[in-house]
Design a protein around this ligand. Structure first.
Ligand code: SAM
Length: 276
C-alpha cells in the first residue's frame, strides 16, 4: 500500500500519522540530520532564539517528539541562570522553569526521554513529558508564557483547533511560534527541491530506516500544507503565498502581530504571533 496523493478522511489521516511516527521514532533523529543535511539544527536554533526563553518561564512545546526544541530551550534558560551572582541569588526566589513536551505519540516521547537521560537532563525537573493531542490540550487557560510547534502542524487533522488551543493556553503577552517546512517557488531551486524530496528522501528512508512509505508520506504532507479546504474562498488566493495563508489562519485564531520569516528560499518558515 502506498500512502500516495489520494485524499484521505480525517480518521485515516490521524491513523496514518500515528503509524508513520511509531515507525520512524527509533530512526527519527538520524533521519532528520540526513534529510536536512543537519540544517534542522540551525532552524530550531533560530526558532528558540526568536522565542527568547527566560528563567522561570512556563513553556509548552507541542508535537515535541524526541525533545529537540525543548532541549534547546532548557539549555538557554540554564545558561541564563548561570550569568551572575545577582541571578544566582534571585534564582532562589524564582519560580522554577517548566518546559512541557507534548506529543500524541508515546514512542516519540520515549525516544525523547532516553535522549534526555543521555544528555544529563534526567534530574532536571524543568522538563515534563506529556502525552496529548495538540487539538485538545490538557493545560489550563492563560497558563503558558510560550508555545512552540516545530514540524508538527502539518501533521494534525484540524489546524484551526490547534491554533485556538495554542491561543487558549497562552498567557496575555505569550508568544506563539511555529516552524514548518514550506514551499519553494524559485525556479530551478524548486525543481531540484522537488527531485530531492520525492526521489532522494523516500530512497534514504528505505536505505536507512527500511521504510520508504513513511518518508513518502512525510514529503507529500508538505505539499498539502496549508490544506486547500482551509484557503479562504472569498480572498484572491492566487495573490497570497502559502506563508500568507497560514499567517491569516493564525490571526483568525486571535493572535496579534502575526509575522513570518522564510529561511533557505522558503524551504522553511517560522510564523509567530502574540496573545494580547
Ligand atoms: N518537534 C519535533 C522536531 O522538530 O524534531 C518532532 C516533529 S515530528 C516531524 C512531528 C511530531 O508531531 C510527531 O512526533 C507526531 O507524533 C506529532 N504529532 C502529530 N499529530 C499530533 C497531534 N495531534 N498532537 C500532538 N502531536 C502530534
Amino acid at each position: 500500500t502506498s500512502f500516495g496523493f489520494k485524499e484521505v478522511n480525517e480518521e485515516e489521516k490521524a491513523q496514518m500519522v500515528g503509524k508513520v511516527f511509531s515507525n520512524v521514532a527509533a530512526k527519527y533523529d538520524v533521519m532528520n540530520d540526513l534529510m536536512s543535511a543537519g540544517l534542522h539544527r540551525l532552524w530550531k536554533d533560530r526558532l528558540v532564539s526568536k522565542l527568547n526563553p527566560f528563567r522561570g518561564m512556563k513553556h509548552l512545546d507541542v508535537a515535541g517528539g524526541t525533545g529537540d526544541v525543548a532541549f534547546r530551550i532548557l539549555e538557554t534558560t540554564n545558561k541564563v541562570k548561570q550569568r551572575g551572582l545577582k541571578d544566582v541569588l534571585e534564582s532562589t526566589l524564582d519560580e522554577e522553569t517548566q518546559i512541557y513536551v507534548c506529543d500524541i505519540n508515546s514512542k516519540m516521547l520515549n525516544v525523547g526521554k532516553q535522549r534526555a537521560l543521555e544528555r544529563g537532563f534526567g534530574q532536571d525537573r524543568s522538563l515534563i513529558w506529556v502525552e496529548g493531542d495538540a487539538e485538545n490540550l490538557s493545560f489550563k487557560n492563560d497558563s503558558m508564557d510560550g508555545y512552540t510547534i516545530a514540524f508538527g502542524i502539518r501533521n494534525v487533522t484540524h489546524i484551526e483547533k490547534v491554533l485556538s488551543e495554542a491561543h487558549r493556553v497562552l498567557k496575555r503577552g505569550g508568544r506563539f511560534l511555529c516552524l514548518e517546512l514550506s514551499h519553494v517557488d524559485i525556479p530551478i531551486f524548486k525543481e531540484l527541491y522537488d527531485l530531492y524530496s520525492f526521489s532522494v528522501v523516500p530512497a534514504m528512508g528505505e536505505m536507512v530506516a527500511g521504510d520508504r512509505e513513511s518518508y513518502q508520506y512525510l514529503v507529500e504532507s508538505i505539499r498539502r500544507f496549508p490544506p486547500q479546504a482551509l484557503m479562504y474562498a472569498c480572498l484572491p488566493e492566487h495573490t497570497k503565498t502559502r506563508e500568507e495563508k497560514f499567517a491569516s489562519m493564525i490571526a483568525d485564531a486571535g493572535f496579534q502581530n502575526v509575522e513570518y520569516e522564510n529561511l533557505v528560499g522558503g524551504v522553511v518558515a517560522i510564523h509567530s504571533g502574540l496573545k494580547i
